[in-house]
Design a protein around this ligand. Sequence first.
Ligand SMILES: [Fe+2]
Length: 246
Amino acid sequence: MVAMVSPPRGRFQIWRFVGKTGAVRHGLGIGQIDPQLGVCILVQRFEPMSDTTTDAKSVDIAALQADLADLLQLELDALPMYAMAISALRDQALRERLRTYRQDHERHARDLTALIRELGGAPPLLPHLPTGLFKLGVQMAGLPGGDRTILLGFVSNEWQSREKYGRYAAKPYPPAMSRLIASHAADEARHYDWACEALRDLGCGEETLAGQATQAFARMHGSVADILEGIGRASNEAMIRMRRRS
Ligand SMILES: [Fe+2]
């Protein structure tokens, strides 16, 4: 049965399910607040748990917060990179498309911030350090060469975003969080595919030397970023656990 909900703030609430034996699982639900009654109206709920599955499916709030913080920092890495690329691109259509995609990132950042707060955490305010700066540097390096090299830098960074979101989207989260991350992952895949297509139109497709070099660089650059950001995520999770215990 559903035993308790967190204060109904925003779209996300933490639910606590308690089985007959007292076993507990936490999860996220999407609800809304009735402006007149001031109560939470559940519009999406988890299936009631059986006592046998409760413990195995327990949600680790500290791990969730650390994952969300890592993704929020990924968004904070991306936003300055987008700003730089948009200001430097000469082609109006390319600029407009990146403006639209930047709005996706702004929405992602808002949603992740809200969800971290709903889970009782403190959203990070800064990008990944130092990898956020590396990503900006990659984008900056493309500026002197015009639209082609700007997009080559852009696609290198987007590759890491797509891969990282893809990995997180494959993890077993509570349904509302799963849906949110899956929708962000789909956005990132769309951004990356568009950038590859735009490069193809500019004569830098994956079959070209420049395209292959960019792919190789993206994998190397992205893998290094993943390692460093993974270390940062693990230490953040340890800090969150300490704070939750104190
Ligand atoms: Fe993107």
